[in-house]
Design a protein around this ligand. Structure first.
Ligand SMILES: NC(=O)c1ccc[n+]([C@@H]2O[C@H](COP(=O)([O-])OP(=O)(O)OC[C@H]3O[C@@H](n4cnc5c(N)ncnc54)[C@H](OP(=O)(O)O)[C@@H]3O)[C@@H](O)[C@H]2O)c1
Length: 288
């Protein structure tokens, strides 16, 4: 039995759908959800629903019973995230889970990046998992291509791209293909104690992205990389809470530092094909 956490979220749902598409029987898949009301679709598909919260250790102990393989999708709840991940790993170990996959991050420097809250938690979780004694696989995900429209801004065709990422490049991948890679690792052998870079083999800058959007839409889209403080001030001016603006700016800075341009990529090997190119992905967003 495979259990997927974060099953009401995008990554978890894509993974479960890929498992089903690969012919894994629905009654061999369990979904960890914290709100059963959000799980009607999964229930309709015949997936076993296990209710549990990363903060609640007894709910996790019950949810992990009888599970052989676990996909721990990193938490989106920023409150004590490391403890949440540790709670899941502890419950898996207690229940004799044989293999734990964890969605980490592919970044050059975990300890010294402009997004320390993100990178250090992944690093600490990975260390905890390695030391757990349970077989593990680290899926080091690069940034989702799905984030590009958010960083580029809602009115990108009128305003151009205003984002403090300099000329830094990122090997963006569609979230659905990252989840597909997780499903492949869950259903094939030989992945114990491995770490994979879930990245595209080509990295692109926001200047490249502006060029792609221009050629897709036929509109002239420019890219301007402001200083971090200018970016935060502009976002605050249009109503974005300062903490959120600083968080987004951190991603821009990390890209500018080249933190995601790691020159590692195992994705094509795992998928058995090249992932969708970024321009093709952007066509699905900006094409007519
Ligand atoms: N690589 C990237 O570019 C990137 C970008 C964004 C996020 N991420 C990371 O990747 C993860 C998956 O991405 P996603 O797009 O699938 O995120 P998502 O759609 O926000 O899904 C997050 C899932 O985590 C669940 N969750 C949150 N807190 C929980 C808790 N305390 N107990 C149990 N479940 C909890 C959520 O449950 P509810 O439905 O009940 O809220 C949801 O199912 C994120 O959580 C984040 O850590 C990576």
């Amino acid at each position: 039995m495979i259990l997927v956490t974060g099953a009401t979220g995008h990554f978890g749902q894509h993974t479960i759908n890929t498992l089903l598409a690969k012919g894994i029987a629905a009654n061999e898949i369990a979904a960890l959800v914290r709100d059963e009301n959000k799980a009607a679709d999964l229930k309709d598909k015949g997936i076993q629903i296990r209710v549990g919260d990363y903060h609640n250790t007894s709910s996790l102990s019950a949810a992990l019973q009888g599970i052989e393989k676990l996909l721990l999708v990193s938490s989106s709840d920023l409150n004590e995230r490391l403890t949440q991940h540790q709670n899941v790993i502890n419950a898996a170990k207690e229940n004799g889970v044989k293999h734990i996959l964890y969605t980490s991050i592919d970044i050059e420097n975990f300890r010294d990046s402009a997004i320390p809250l993100v990178s250090q938690i992944h690093s600490d979780t990975a260390d905890y998992l390695r030391a757990s004694g349970v077989a593990y696989t680290l899926l080091d995900n690069t940034l989702y291509a799905d984030l590009v429209p958010m960083f580029a801004g809602q009115n990108v065709l009128e305003t151009g791209i205003f984002f403090p990422a300099g000329e830094g490049k990122t090997p963006f991948v569609a979230r659905s293909e990252m989840a597909e890679a997780a499903a492949v690792v869950l259903t094939t052998s030989g992945h114990e104690n491995q770490e994979y870079a879930i990245t595209a083999d080509t990295a692109y800058s926001f200047g490249d992205i502006a060029g792609f959007i221009s050629s897709i839409t036929g509109k002239d889209v420019n890219y301007y990389s402001p200083a971090k403080d200018e970016y935060i001030a502009q976002l605050v001016k249009v109503g974005v809470p300062e903490g959120d603006a600083a968080f987004f700016a951190g991603f821009g800075e990390a890209i500018k530092e080249g933190q995601f341009d790691t020159n590692r990529s195992d994705l094509a090997k795992i998928l058995g094909r090249k992932p969708l190119g970024l321009e093709e992905f952007l066509k699905s967003i900006y094409g007519a």
